[in-house]
Design a protein around this ligand. Structure first.
Ligand SMILES: O=C(O)CCC(=O)C(=O)O
Length: 273
């Protein structure tokens, strides 16, 4: 049983200001090992894993944005070992602490998803595809939290999701905004216009972009970590999948925690019946 995570004052302050925080060792190592085994069984069936090693030599290297794997088709998301991770007590406590409390909806996003990519770079470059998965709410409240966790080590430039820390503080103007309206409003700002501009994609930038919009400091950050580590992200944060410049597959899981109390407003914002 993992220890109850204690979020330090610095972590809480970081979550407030940046909308994303890393919690080392949030998931139990046994739980992660079980989930990793479930995924590796599928990788073995695909010929990508065997005798305790990755077997990528016979596979043509995909080129970003191709990832070489379709997790839903090749691995499947319905694994009890994966679902067990999001129900671990330490995860629940951290998510409830940061989101203001459960219970959480399981209809919109019923189970965790695998995020997987084979090595598909160099050169590593800033990606396109920046998006959010939830609307801005007229109440200005956060729609919920997204968990990202690692089944395999993910080092810098190793395919970890990229996020624009601080972006949750923008566009909370007291009216609903759907996801396309959010990216197009952000794209009117020079910082985001440059980030979204595929012509300006720098191969292997030494430093990830930083900027300021409406007085809010913004910073592109890469979600990296070791098995068991997790990041919790406000669902308002702009984010994108990234190339995998390492020599090993990237294996992460993600899950979106939406408090039941937020669902009616999200449904209204999206225009669901
Ligand atoms: O890291 C990835 O593959 C992208 C994750 C993502 O965009 C999402 O979960 O919404």
């Amino acid at each position: 049983m993992p220890q109850t995570p204690h979020l330090s004052d610095a972590q809480l302050a970081q979550f407030q200001s940046q909308g994303v925080v890393k919690i080392d060792g949030l998931l139990s190592l046994q739980g992660v090992a079980d989930a990793r085994h479930a995924v590796l069984r599928r990788m073995e069936a695909l010929g990508l894993w065997g005798n305790g090693k990755w077997r990528l030599d016979h596979v043509e290297r995909p080129q970003w944005p191709a990832t070489g794997l379709k997790p839903a088709r090749d691995i499947g998301h319905r694994h009890p070992e994966l679902e067990a991770l999001i129900d671990e007590p330490a995860v629940r406590i951290a998510v409830e602490h940061l989101s203001g409390g459960g219970p959480f909806d399981r209809k919109v996003w019923p189970r965790p998803q695998i995020l997987a990519s084979l090595p598909n770079a160099p050169p590593w470059s800033l990606p396109g595809g920046w998006h959010v998965d939830a609307p801005r709410l007229a109440s200005r409240l956060s729609p919920g939290l997204q968990l990202f966790a690692f089944l395999e080590p993910v080092e810098p430039r190793g395919g970890g999701t990229l996020v624009v820390a601080g972006s949750h503080r923008l566009l909370n103007a007291g009216r609903h905004l759907k996801v396309k309206a959010i990216t197009s409003a952000l794209g009117a700002e020079p910082f985001f216009r440059q980030l979204f501009d595929s012509q300006s994609k720098l191969a292997c930038p030494a430093v990830l972009p930083e900027g300021r919009v409406e007085g809010v400091p913004l910073k592109v950050m890469e979600l990296t970590g070791q098995p068991g580590d997790a990041w919790l992200m406000d669902l308002r944060i702009l984010h994108a999948a990234a190339p995998n410049g390492s020599d090993r597959p990237r294996l992460m899981i993600t899950h979106r925690f939406v408090p039941n109390a937020r669902v009616p407003e999200i449904a209204e914002a999206f225009g669901w019946a």
